[in-house]
Design a protein around this ligand. Structure first.
Ligand code: SF4
Ligand code: SF4
Length: 70
């Protein structure tokens, strides 16, 4: 899933600036995901957001395995 921005967003647009995939654009009061299929879940937008306003749900295949079947 591409990132989702919550109400804590201050519209600084740092995430738009740093996204290496050029996925994000400046929207009306918060960023918008312009090219969702281009997001490869690198996490840069979430890690660099100064307001903790980015939620990034990783696809299932990218999540760490927490339970193993013997
Ligand atoms: S970096 Fe964070 S606070 Fe700034 S525009 Fe992006 S989501 Fe909003
Ligand atoms: S996870 Fe990476 S590629 Fe996807 S929108 Fe954020 S910075 Fe861009």
């Amino acid at each position: 899933m591409p990132p989702v921005f919550n109400e804590k967003c201050t519209a600084c647009f740092k995430c738009v600036e740093i996204c290496p995939g050029d996925v994000l654009r400046e929207g009306d009061g918060k960023p918008k995901v312009a090219y969702p299929d281009e997001c490869w879940h690198c996490g840069a937008c979430m890690m660099d957001c100064p307001a903790d306003a980015v939620r990034l749900d990783l696809p299932l295949w990218m999540r760490p395995v927490t339970k193993r079947v013997k």
